[in-house]
Design a protein around this ligand. Structure first.
Ligand SMILES: [Fe+2]
Ligand SMILES: [Fe+2]
Length: 298
């Protein structure tokens, strides 16, 4: 019996509040961006409709790859925790989430530990950046947190220490012969025409591609770039890269509008039934096959 996985990302709850560390440069940019465009593109009722629609789906695991909030405000984490409560009620420990760069917005918000306070079952646990969790007899999830505050930019950073930790986690799983699904927030490979800007990408993403090429997880799940896609990168031909796209964004493009992806994994680790879903104007989910494209380097 294959296992079904639902993957979503980038729901971006927001509040119009500058934050107590309003002197931090990105706070001013973030609030301006929110006032000008983001609050129209991420309406709260849309995020709530998506969560309701997800709660009606059938899946063995629900994975969220980061950006619960917009500026890591305590009130935003509180809204996200309230919205996610029905998902925890249904899936419990089988709802697995990691933070994104918007959940690590400023040094003060990281120190405050709001993510850990409102998502005590979120991963990785306090002070760690890598975790793993068994999903089935021959399948494990490894996740990592490459998000950290930057003064004005929206990058992630796979520093050498994090690369080493991730490498060790893969090696620990080699002995058990597990298939691995890897989850992070940032892409390292892009479809044609959607390559990330220098101030938005994962720094040292080439090191992530090399780790993936060495350890061959069956899939890499991420979000960050607000578009739904499936790519296979020539550097990592054994791994499909899945971007769940945004869960809370309004867009005239189906692949950028609020939705998620699902797929099945067989006991042999074969992935099938790759499906992308977006909410139609009437709030009903619309599903179609998610086609694989060739991945390009940023
Ligand atoms: Fe995002
Ligand atoms: Fe992001």
């Amino acid at each position: 019996m294959p296992m079904r996985i639902l993957h979503f990302s980038d729901i971006h709850f927001w509040r119009l509040f500058p934050g107590w560390d309003f002197y931090y440069p990105k706070r001013f940019l973030g609030l301006s961006n929110l006032l000008i465009s983001r609050r129209r593109h991420f309406p709260k009722d849309l995020a709530e409709s998506v969560i309701k629609a997800i709660s009606e789906q059938t899946a063995d695991y629900v994975l969220f790859s980061g950006d619960l909030t917009t500026m890591s405000l305590e009130s935003e984490f509180g809204d996200a925790a309230t919205a996610f409560a029905p998902l925890y009620d249904k899936w419990g420990e089988n709802l697995i989430l990691i933070p994104g760069n918007h959940d690590r917005y400023s040094p003060r918000s990281v120190r405050s530990g709001f993510y850990e306070k409102y998502f005590p079952r979120g991963f990785p646990s306090s002070g760690k950046r890598v975790f793993s969790k068994r999903l089935g007899a021959n399948l494990s999830l490894i996740g990592f947190d490459a998000s950290r505050p930057f003064m004005v930019r929206s990058n992630g950073f796979l520093d050498e220490a994090l690369e080493e930790e991730l490498n060790s986690e893969f090696i620990a799983h080699k002995e058990s012969n597990d298939r691995i699904i890897l989850m992070g927030h940032f892409p390292y490979s892009y479809p044609n025409g959607q390559i990330s800007r220098w101030d938005h990408k994962l720094l040292r993403d080439e090191a992530l591609a090399e780790l993936i090429s060495n350890h061959e997880p069956i899939a890499y799940l991420h979000g960050h770039k607000h578009a739904r896609w499936c790519v296979k990168d020539p550097r990592t031909p054994s791994t499909i890269c899945l971007n769940a796209g945004p869960a809370g964004m309004r867009s005239s493009s189906a692949d950028k509008g609020a939705g998620w992806v699902t797929f099945d994994v067989s006991e042999e680790g074969k992935i099938s039934e790759l499906t992308k879903v977006h909410l139609k104007d009437n709030g009903e989910p619309f599903s179609e096959a998610l086609k694989e494209q060739e991945g390009l380097t940023a």
